[in-house]
Design a protein around this ligand. Sequence first.
Ligand code: HEC
Ligand code: HEC
Length: 281
Amino acid sequence: MRILTGAILAGLISTTGAFADPVDDKLVLNEETEMVVRTAAPAHVSETLDEVMSGWLFRGEETRAMQMDDFDNPGMIFVEQGQDSWAAVDGSEGKSCSSCHNDMDSMAGVKATYPKWNAEAGEVRTLQMQVNACRTERMGADAWKYDSGTAINMEAALASVSRGMPVNVAIDGPAQSMWEKGKELYYTRTGQLELSCANCHEDSYGMMIRADHLSQGQINGFPVYRLKNTKLNGSHSRFKGCIRDTRAETYSPGSEEFVALELYVASRGNGLSVEGPSIRN
Ligand code: HEC
Ligand code: HEC
């Protein structure tokens, strides 16, 4: 099994040139906010990684530059749309998000802590789940479809006011069992290629896979504006794409499996700055 996986990976990964290191570059947002794009690995991943690194370090110069200035970042258009729906009245109670939460700035720091245990509901909630709980339970409005444009725009707007703050997801206490579940998924080999997330993003980051420079698969930059599909993408949609690339059946955005995986992957980036909306290929 190990040999087989090795052979498949060796076939996918280009061995021309040496290990292509991440660039040595600094991400300063709007000439103002210095982001942490690499830092010592949090204790719970330090057995396998010394450092954790943002996907930004693995992108080309132009893509990196687009993310340095909000005027050049196409993801910011969607942030504005999210801000518009923040202020829009919706549902039977005649309320908007701002009726209860005032300015979007009141949400500074929130994105950095999600997914997060919600004691009242007795579940780990992603930010999108929390927003939908407010919509259905407090506004009398319909839930937004998971990872749909409206939901992602709101997530991006919420992320944008936390940019530069360190990801700080709690993995102990009542969240621990979901975290364990996410960890198990991360190390499970799937599909005909029998590859796990770790085979690519932990064992092989820095290498080229087809035309792509493999990163650590961190989610501190989500939602992500992808040049490939010119829209914002949620982390669950990215997980789905990666699992599909191993030629496996996969889970749906919003599924319990992906909530667990989001918690686990987010925790691997504890200490990196919140970057959303970031720009990737
Ligand atoms: C009727 C009042 C009300 C409205 C309207 C409302 N919320 Fe909330 N929201 C709350 C309350 C109360 C909490 C905290 C309690 C909880 O966890 O449910 C909360 C919690 C949150 C949190 C989590 C904050 C944290 O620190 O973890 C987010 C994010 C959020 N709301 C977003 C929204 C968005 C986006 C909308 C509009 C789509 C919205 N809310 C509409 C009352 C409201
Ligand atoms: C066959 C190798 C492979 C496997 C297996 C794989 N990925 Fe990926 N993944 C990629 C490639 C290639 C990219 C695009 C380049 C990059 O950002 O690493 C990517 C990108 C990502 C990104 C975007 C990172 C960013 O900064 O935008 C995330 C998150 C991610 N993967 C998570 C996962 C998770 C979680 C799993 C397991 C369910 C997984 N991947 C499995 C190859 C893989």
